[in-house]
Design a protein. Structure first.
Lengths: 250, 303, 175
């Protein structure tokens, strides 16, 4: 098995076999469960169109996925460095590129696990409503580059920041700003600055695509502009991670 | 020559950390790199490993001047860093197998078992590393450093956290490795370890090498013999052979005060004396040797 | 004299309101397709007919739907935000004897007893015209989708908690 695959497998183990990783997954599941329980306990929410609920759930899955990927990415570099397990890895014959590739693979595995975890929730809230399958597909197509981008961004931050805490602070602020379209009212998003931000924000691209496909029943193919924004985000964060990781010292 | 560093200069964050470090290590040698806290020992090792980029000087490691970035160099290199972290959720066995695979030398279970036996961890092969004590982690780190059958070992405080028996076991392991031709750079605060293990030493103070070379010669050059007090249970044999003792300074009751040539190992001298019939029941060190040399050099520079 | 003043006042009271009374009349009927015993989540529709019974055209008619809850102790006007997207018709000009028919669909959001009424005003008229009330009762709906959501919302965290406990036990055994 090549070094990249070996390290990716190790990173997957960090998430699925390590107590810390299991607790993170548990936190994600509890958040999704809390939203699900809110739906059945709150009268008005329980009467929302299924499409609206699937849309909301897809948005929450993407936001939580981005949070998990950010934490996994930061921990894969800055966390390992602070625990003292990064230097022995850097000193093996495996190239920096292979090590980085393995860690990026770890972020991808974390998202895959989280996406799989979210599918039962999407089914539970939307199986009698419209566009559930399209919703799952668009969450995979748009959610994946957005979430992975945050993971790669976390790895880049972990490489350049002085500590895992500093990297986490910067990462969380960036995430909150990006997720703000979910929190801001429609009128704020309609301002000139709001529209400009919406056009370049990868999270907005994902959420707008979910709206179009799940609620307005548009085709997934018609979301190519949103996919382009998400893809550009993915590429930029990958370059950032690569450049930063190569410079990492002890 | 496995490792040669000349005139090494390195700055971090605008501060000059190293400004004149040099050392030479050949195969089969154990080299002790010592100095006060913050002197630059770990920084020197990090530079040798290519983890820090020096401002000047030269580093030749395993025949490569490009440094330890070369995968072929890293394949022949074993490192035990100062901060020794692991993947706590893995077993010791899985951990060594993981690293062995990265060295393109996948190990069978029996091979892993023999590696763990060498460092005294075989009974714990199937246990999570998270349950290991500090000493066990240190042993596992050493096992990891030996994974690729390295030609050069760089060890930063290898006996950290080990009990006296554990320290002795690691010493014996390092001596065996040196006998088989491995070059070992040992970075440590424990002067006893250096005296027992090292043929060559380098003393770094404030980022500068203040003494470097053969241990015995350095001590002799600077006039530091090791003085010991030996408590005797009886009279010395009539055909006294001094066996490495430079001089008998004085006899005070049951105590014999001797000076020992610093080029030899004291414990080998005591073994020979005991075989010769010397009735030694207690040995106390009383200054001299590497300790005096170290204190005199570090005080001088600090002043 | 007093009798004359009384006759004049009575006459004015009869004549003046008649001159300024709204020429509009509104009828309101529930749709025939409405469920007999509606519950939360059902859709109801009401049909109104606004007629100009006057002799002159009425310009700029605005008609809107209002809903009040009349359960004892919970009397309140209802915000139609979630109930209906169709809350008014506007800018209607009605010739004499002309009518405008409007359907008023709504989704029943909350259980209770309700009264719905259609109100109308015009650009120059001075009085409000209202329809008769249409009354309906909305039954409580059982908790929805719980059979799907509960097993997932409780089951998945339980499985993960089990994995955490197993992992901790294994960790402890190793020690």
């Amino acid at each position: 098995m090549n070094a990249t695959k070996l390290i990716a497998r190790k990173e997957a183990g960090e998430l699925l076999l390590n107590l810390r990783g299991l607790i993170w997954l548990m936190a994600v599941a509890v958040a999704l469960s809390a939203f699900g329980m809110l739906l059945i306990s709150d009268t008005e929410l329980s009467l929302l169109d299924n499409a609206q609920v699937v849309y909301d759930m897809a948005g929450i899955v993407t936001a939580l996925g981005a949070l998990l990927a950010l934490i996994v990415g930061i921990d894969a570099v800055a966390g390992e460095r602070e625990r003292g397990s990064l230097v022995p890895l850097l000193l093996t014959p495996a190239s920096r590129g292979a090590i980085l590739g393995g860690k990026l693979g770890g972020v991808a595995i974390a998202w895959a696990v989280m996406y799989a975890l979210s599918l039962p929730y999407l089914w539970a809230v939307g199986s009698t409503g419209q566009n559930m399958l399209d919703g799952m597909l668009v969450a995979a197509l748009l959610g994946t580059p957005v979430v992975l981008g945050f993971g790669f961004f976390g790895m880049g931050l972990g490489s350049v920041a002085g500590s895992a805490r500093a990297a986490l602070l910067v990462g969380l602020v960036t995430l909150v700003v990006s997720v703000s379209p979910l929190l801001l009212g429609p009128s704020l998003r309609q301002s000139a600055i709001g529209r400009m931000f919406d056009a370049v924000n990868p999270f907005s691209a994902a959420v707008n695509a979910y709206d179009a496909v799940i609620i307005d029943s548009q085709s997934i193919v018609a979301q190519s502009f949103h996919m382009l924004v998400a893809a550009i985000w993915l590429v930029l964060t990958l370059v950032f991670a690569r450049v930063s990781f190569r410079k990492i010292a002890r | 020559m496995l490792l040669k560093i000349e005139d090494l200069r390195l700055s971090l964050g605008g501060n000059r950390i190293l400004h004149d470090v040099h050392l030479e290590l050949r195969g089969g040698q154990i080299y002790g790199l010592i100095g006060p806290n913050g002197a630059g020992k770990s920084t020197t090792i990090a530079a040798a490993l290519g983890l820090l980029v020096p401002d000047g000087g030269s580093i030749n490691i395993l025949g490569q001047t490009s440094g330890a970035d070369d995968p072929d160099v890293r394949r022949r290199l074993g490192v035990l860093p100062e901060k020794n972290g692991f993947y706590d959720w893995m077993t010791a066995e899985a951990y060594l197998m993981f690293f062995a695979s990265l060295y393109s030398q996948p190990l069978t279970q029996s091979q892993v078992a023999s590696r763990l036996t060498k460092v005294g961890l075989e009974p714990r092969a199937g246990q999570s590393i998270g349950t290991f004590s500090r000493g066990m982690r240190q042993r596992l780190g050493l096992a990891r450093a030996l994974i690729g059958d390295p030609a050069l070992l760089l060890l930063d405080e290898p006996t950290n956290g080990l009990d006296p028996r554990g320290r002795r076991e690691i010493h014996d392991l390092l001596l065996d490795l040196a006998k088989s031709g491995v070059g070992i750079l040992l970075c440590t605060h424990l002067l006893d370890d250096v005296e027992r293990l090292c043929q060559r030493i380098g003393i770094i103070v404030n980022g500068k090498t203040v003494a470097e070379g053969d241990l015995g010669e350095l001590i002799r050059e600077r006039g530091h013999l090791s003085r010991f007090h030996l408590r005797l249970a009886g009279e010395l044999p009539t055909d006294v052979d001094n066996n490495g003792i430079s001089s008998i300074v004085a006899r005070e009751g049951e105590w014999l005060i001797v000076e020992v040539d610093a080029g030899t190992r004291p414990d080998e001298i005591w073994r020979e004396l005991l075989f010769s019939g010397w009735p030694i029941v207690e040995i106390r060190r009383n200054g001299g040797g590497l300790e005096d040399l170290y204190f005199s050099l570090t005080e001088r520079v600090a002043a | 004299m007093k009798l004359l003043a009384f006759v004049v006042a009575t006459g004015l009271a009869l004549v003046v309101p008649a001159a300024f009374a709204s020429p509009l009349t509104i009828s309101l009927q529930p749709a025939t397709t409405n469920p007999a015993s509606p519950q939360m989540g059902d859709n109801l529709s009401f049909h109104s007919i606004i007629r100009n019974d006057g002799t002159a055209p009425v310009d700029g008619v605005i008609a809107w739907i209002s809903l009040v809850q009349v359960d004892k102790g919970k009397e309140q006007p209802v915000d139609l935000e979630d109930w209906s997207a169709h809350k008014a018709v506007t800018a209607v000009d009605l010739e004499p004897n002309a009518i405008v028919e409007t359907d008023w669909p709504m989704r029943l959001i909350q259980a209770g007893q309700y009264r719905v009424v259609i109100s109308a005003a015009s650009r120059s008229g001075s009085e409000l015209t209202t329809s008769p009330f249409a009354n309906f009762t909305v039954r409580q709906k059982p908790v929805v989708e719980s059979l799907r959501i509960l097993p997932i919302a409780l089951g998945i965290p339980l499985v993960l908690a089990g994995a955490i406990v197993w992992r901790r036990r294994r960790h402890g055994k190793d020690g």
